[in-house]
Design a protein around this ligand. Structure first.
Ligand code: SOE
Length: 409
């Protein structure tokens, strides 16, 4: 590659470098909270990381023409579509990013894979195990044709959780004994909060279980490096009737209209689990933990040491080395902001931390690399299916009143 002229400046240099790379043209379906988060990922990944191809925000799709136009302008998408089938039919789209409620994940993903596109699908992968099985099967067949399909468990992409994974894999904890994980939010505490799509089983599949439980099941299995073998669960719906929503909801807020409707999902899910190695785990997912906004905490205890992570302090990882002399052993804080840490060589100097949105930048980065290298994406649709099976086992166990429920292989 020719050296840039001194007078070109950084922007001209990076613009020229970008134009020499192949582009990866992205079409995204959905433009609410997750659509905005994924937009940040696609917009930023190629500007921060040296990627093998350049993501181009080619088209964004939503049913409301003026709302999707506004989202395109706000987030920087080149064009809009109001029908996802039209988006998938376009020759100039390489990858379809699905940020819709769970009831449409399977249909859109299957159509996109059949049309030869790569796919990124928000979590949970689907609303049912059957849908997830179809998606995983189609993804496997598509992989043979050179297409990749990834599920968006973005909390794997916090530098501190990625570091934790590498420490577990390197044996720093030894044999795992316990995984303790909670994901607590409080946006449903008010019984007048309207009945948005996240509270309707036919749209969301389940409640806190699929929304938050899916994240912590994936993170626990990812960090442990092994799957759960069985679970025992309790679920509850605290507020069974809510006001109907009065218009489009954004993020985790909504306005109500007249009338009320039935909540058809769980409000909270509490379960224990056993990993295949025999390590024990506990999980709590709720949107009723008053005062907790986005509190995902996980602790792993092994025979040689322990690790603890708190999403509300996401630039830190606590580590206890159990092999040190008792007199000076104890949990210490690793500030995960060094260039040696995962993802951080491309960001700010040490001590200048990252936030929630960076997980979506890292997700886009990792998918672009996997596509260029023809590597199976991580997490794959098969991983998403496995999480779906755990969620189904939790529901089955709760229905049977907490009997230990093995997970189908
Ligand atoms: C709502 O509970 C929510 O937006 C989840 O759907 C996301 O996956 C999580 O990252 C933040 O909270």
């Amino acid at each position: 590659m020719a050296q840039p002229q001194q007078s070109e400046g950084v922007e001209a240099t990076s613009a020229r470098a970008a134009s020499e790379k192949p582009s990866l043209r992205v079409g995204m379906v959905g433009y609410a909270f997750m659509g905005a988060a994924h937009s940040q990922g696609w917009r930023t990944a190629g500007r921060v990381f040296d990627l093998p191809s350049t993501p181009v925000m080619a088209a964004i799709c939503g049913r409301d023409a003026s709302a999707v136009r506004a989202a395109a302008d706000r987030h920087g998408w080149e064009s809009t579509e109001t029908d996802w089938r039209a988006l998938i039919a376009r020759d100039d789209i390489d990858l379809v990013d699905i940020c819709t409620p769970g009831d449409s994940h399977a249909e859109i993903a299957l159509a996109a894979l059949a049309a030869g596109k790569h796919v990124l699908c928000e979590k949970p992968l689907a609303n049912t195990v059957e849908e997830a099985e179809n998606m995983a099967r189609a993804a496997e067949a598509a992989y043979e044709r050179g297409q990749l399909a990834m599920v968006g468990f973005n909390y794997r992409r916090v530098p501190a959780t990625a570091l934790a994974r590498s420490m577990v894999a390197a044996g720093r904890l030894g044999a795992l004994r316990h995984v303790r994980v909670t994901y607590l939010q409080d946006w449903l505490v008010d019984p007048e909060f309207p009945l948005t799509w996240r509270l309707r089983r036919e749209l969301a599949g389940s409640g806190s279980l699929g929304d938050l439980g899916a994240h912590i099941v994936d993170l626990a299995q990812y960090l442990a490096g092994e799957p759960l073998a069985g679970v025992s669960a309790l679920t509850e719906t605290f507020v069974r009737e809510r006001p109907l929503p009065g218009g489009p909801s954004s993020g985790l807020s909504a306005v109500s209209a007249g009338g009320t409707g039935q909540v058809t999902v769980d409000d909270a899910a509490l379960f224990t689990g056993r990993f295949t190695s025999g390590a024990l785990a506990s999980f709590e997912a709720t949107r009723y933990a008053t005062g907790r906004k986005n509190a995902l905490r996980i602790e792993l205890n092994g025979e040689r040491g322990s690790l603890a992570f708190d999403l509300e302090r996401l630039n830190e990882l606590a580590y206890h080395d159990g092999t040190e002399a008792a007199a000076h052993a104890g949990f210490r804080r690793i500030l995960v902001t060094e260039p040696e840490h995962p993802y951080l060589d491309a960001w700010w100097p040490p001590g200048h931390g990252l936030g929630y949105e960076h997980t979506f930048v890292h997700q886009a980065r990792d998918l672009v690399h996997a596509i260029a290298e023809g590597r199976r994406p991580d997490p794959s649709f098969a991983d998403g299916l496995q999480v779906q099976r755990v969620l189904a086992a939790v529901e089955e166990s709760a229905e049977k009143n907490s009997l230990y429920t093995p997970i189908a292989a």
